[in-house]
Design a protein around this ligand. Sequence first.
Ligand SMILES: Cc1cc2nc3c(=O)[nH]c(=O)nc-3n(C[C@H](O)[C@H](O)[C@H](O)COP(=O)(O)O)c2cc1C
Ligand code: SF4
Length: 462
Amino acid sequence: MATLEDPIEIGGVTVPNRLYRAPLLECAGNGPGAVDTLIDDLEPAAESGVGLVCQGATIVRGDGGCAAPGMTRVHDPDFVARLSRLTDRIHDHGSRIFVQLEHGGLRSMETWHAEYRRENPDIEQLAVSTPPWQLRLLDRLGFLKYDPHVLSTDEVYDLAADFGRAAASAVAAGYDGIHLAGANMGIVQQFLSPFYNRREDEFGGSPEARLEFLAVVHDEIRDRAGDVPLLTKVPAETPAPPSPIVRRKLSLDDGVGIACRLEKIGYDAVVPVRTSVVWDMSIVRGEYPRRAWENERLREEYDAAFGSPVRRRLVSLANRIQSLQYDFEPAWNADFCRRVRDRVSIPVLAEGGIRERAQMDRLLGTDDGDCDGGAADAACDMVGLARPFYAEPRLGARLLKGESAEVDARGRDGTNPSVLCESCNNCTVPQVTGAPGICRTPDVLRERGELERKGAYDRSES
Ligand SMILES: Cc1cc2nc3c(=O)[nH]c(=O)nc-3n(C[C@H](O)[C@H](O)[C@H](O)COP(=O)(O)O)c2cc1C
Ligand code: SF4
């Protein structure tokens, strides 16, 4: 029976408690200010007592592969070495930091970002297989643009080696673990998913073969970076459109099977996530971000990203429809996590719509004295939050016992602190322009200011 404050071991590394900041795009890039931006974004979580900070997706190659503008690349060991300033700052607070490795493949920004494509006309997207007909149709209709380069077998091994090289540089820079972006429609998911993967070599043709890329990435990381903790998101593509639009996709059973096989391969933890096969709001369930779309200052940049005002309006409409389809659901991955946890003995990390302390205790199976199951009912071993850290960068202090002042966000007595974030998604859309990941909802920022004045984010000890 675990509490949020209890330590946990992941791959031989002790994380001081079970609260983590889930990966979020920082849009820090690789320029002269990149390390400072990352410190500004990530240190407050550690300072507030969060046990594990997961840096957002970073790209293992020097060109292509970014899902959005401004993503940090980690192919250059000299650049990665400079990130030791970040890892030192996180360690100063007693927290751990994992970096997430990624390549976008067919979900790279050159497929959707009109201005970027104009400036980089020759970039091809790495593809596991020829894009499925649904994506080719969107290309023909002019919504997306694909110039796929289907990886040869040797090139797949080369790409896996790049994950290994990036992991080795990260470990040398002081990162405590490696996280793979396995469930945000990037290339790892594209290998796992029968929607994308039609290969006939050792990397396709059966569920086991579709996992082979993650097996080779595991071996590359172990060979080059040693026994560093290694975890990955694990997808179940249940929110994907129904058959006949999408016939081949990963079910919940498939996701559970993938997690079991990853444990056998040697992965140290898994993060089960329900996600679609294309980029949509299924991983960021919540409201239609009206305020973000109506932002006058960003309108021109949206037009540049989507290609014209008409296209901007179409994307906004699609966003509105998706917000109805993928309505907010508290702890929406809990059932998937519980099913995985019943079958594996490595830690299971849960994220997605987790918003209050009592809910975290229930997910962890913390015994509340009511004899209703406790640990046996646990869905996970750690709980993670993402958008709430944009809203309250020092949120840990309010959620972890013994750290915070005696008030919760809504002015109650602090027995069940809940986050300020309203899952309104005003922070998500501006990132298509490379804008920084910050909360953009004035009421929420005002409430945060009030809590700051009341000392709610001050830690009693550090
Ligand atoms: C703006 C934004 C950027 C994100 N970037 C990443 C990322 O880089 N890697 C990743 O695995 N997930 C990413 N996610 C997904 C989050 O890690 C998380 O799973 C999701 O936001 C649900 O958690 P929440 O309801 O606590 O926000 C991102 C989410 C948002 C809103
Ligand atoms: S804009 Fe603020 S309140 Fe809205 S989802 Fe983002 S962090 Fe949460």
